[in-house]
Design a protein around this ligand. Structure first.
Ligand code: ARG
Length: 465
């Protein structure tokens, strides 16, 4: 044993200057390998790009590079096969892999860390990992949109009550209603794509915080890793996690949208409303009430939005008090990020499937529509078209609604004579606008609920995918 090894407290990669080893509790407290091993394949990818750059710049020789590549090929195989021996003593994914590499190939493994620090290494790994996660999430959002579009297409002309304040407001089609969620998901994709650009920047080369004295070629590393650019300031590159926060915010909005949809699915499925049924495979029964079929999946999705918002809050709080540059606080960035990606991935996968398992009950929607004077605005518009100022039309229709309410009938059930007591401008052509179909067809412009417009919007959405 050399004197240096003798003094090494705990044999860690950094423990040369320490006089006593950390306690088991501190070791467990400071270690991250049990969760950051998830970054392993991206860590290897980053290391190989770094090693190739070192060889190209003649900072290590060709033999070293060949050894590193050979060692990493084996390590990757071990990790994929599940035979890699992860060791808490080696703290994190980076040191575990480096130690194994050195065991396999000797000195070349020890040269890999030249011109690099775990600080720029971990920032690179997370960015590589998150970029792949965003690619997957984008594909899942696309599938979810496709499923909504299929359902919307079947119901482009199916009338349902549109609500404001949870009260029947005006007729819409079920397809139109679903297209609202398509728009939300389309914006979610835009946000993900935009965030991806800023994730896709290379921290490597920043080393611990100030850059490195070796003649590195950062652009070459960026090109190998398909980053769009290099991070321009070394202090910023190793320390900020705004890209992860930005992703978490975009993810939180996805969950807001999914949660709103869930809320609707749950109430639509309630027997008191009964607009839809959700396929049995997304529901569960009650252990005590035999009659129950509960919409567990949408309820859970609504609930899981909470953890995604919490993860966002956690990351914001993690970042806000940190001085430049790297601080160990940042090790806490991974679990919330992983959890958000997992939650989003599962939720979107399930929702795309669930949308195809929705059975619509048009009769229930139609009968709800009859209960709320849904065509009152159409009557007001009719009077305006006959020359009455809108405010006066509004007043006349309000009185008509009051009278129909007293009689316990819909506006369309009032006689022409009755209707004319509210305005002499009303004629027998009024009944065309008081029907649901007339009301729907009249809203015939981009963004409107006319079935023709709904079909056109579906076509545009499909083309944009
Ligand atoms: N496991 C660490 C992390 O996740 C890697 C970086 C460690 N750097 C350091 N200076 N201790 O942030």
């Amino acid at each position: 044993m050399t004197e240096q090894q003798n003094n090494n407290a705990g044999g860690k990669a950094w423990s040369g200057r320490f006089s006593e080893p950390v306690s088991d509790l501190v070791k467990r407290y400071t270690a991250s390998v049990y969760f950051d091993k998830r970054l392993a394949l991206h860590d290897i990818r980053g290391s190989l790009a770094h090693a190739r750059m070192l060889a190209k710049q003649q900072i290590i020789n060709a033999q070293d590079l060949a050894d590193i590549e050979r060692g990493m090929t084996q390590i990757e195989a071990e990790i994929t096969a599940g035979t890699f021996a992860w060791n808490l003593d080696d703290e994190d994914v980076h040191l575990n892999i480096e130690k194994r590499l050195t065991a396999l190939v000797g000195d070349a493994g020890k040269r890999l860390h030249t011109g690099r620090s775990r600080n720029d290494q971990v920032a690179t790994d997370i960015r590589l990992w998150l970029r792949d996660a965003i690619t997957d999430i984008d594909a899942l959002l696309r599938n979810y949109i496709l499923a909504l579009l299929d359902l919307a297409e079947q119901h482009a002309a199916t009338p349902m009550p549109g609500f404001t304040h949870l009260q029947v407001a005006q007729p819409v089609t079920f397809g139109h209603h679903l297209l609202a969620y398509v728009e939300m998901a389309k914006r979610d994709r835009e946000r993900m794509a935009d965030c991806r650009k800023r994730v896709s920047r290379l921290p490597l080369g920043s080393a611990a915080l100030a850059g490195t004295t070796f003649p590195i070629d950062r652009a070459y590393v960026a090109q190998q890793l398909e980053f769009e650019a290099v991070c321009e300031n070394s202090l910023d590159a190793v320390s900020d996690r705004d890209f992860a926060i930005e992703f978490s915010a975009a993810a939180a909005l996805v969950m807001v949208h999914v949660s709103r949809f869930s809320e609707e699915l749950i109430s639509w499925m309630s027997p008191r409303i009964g607009f839809i049924d959700i396929a049995d495979r997304f529901c569960t029964g009650s252990s005590i009430m035999p009659q129950k079929k509960n919409p567990d999946v949408p309820e859970l999705a609504r609930g899981k939005s909470g953890r995604v918002f919490g993860n966002l809050m956690g990351l914001l709080t993690l970042m806000k008090g940190q001085p430049l540059a790297y601080n160990k606080d940042n090790q806490e960035d991974k679990e919330p990020l992983f959890d958000t990606v997992d939650t989003l991935t599962d939720t979107l996968r399930i929702f795309a499937d669930m949308a195809t398992g929705i059975t619509v009950k048009p009769e229930a929607m139609a009968s709800a529509l009859k209960q709320g004077f849904a065509t009152a605005t159409d009557l007001a518009d009719y009077l305006v078209k006959k020359g009455l100022p809108f405010r006066d039309a509004h007043e006349a229709v309000a009185l008509a609604v009051r009278s129909a309410e007293k009689k316990g009938c819909d506006l369309a059930n009032l006689s022409l004579q009755d209707l004319q007591t509210f305005s002499p401008l009303i004629d027998k052509d009024v009944f065309a606008v008081l029907t649901v179909e007339g009301s729907l067809a009249a809203r015939n412009h981009i963004g409107g609920t006319a079935p023709a417009q709904v079909r056109a919007a579906i076509q545009r959405a499909r083309a944009s995918l």
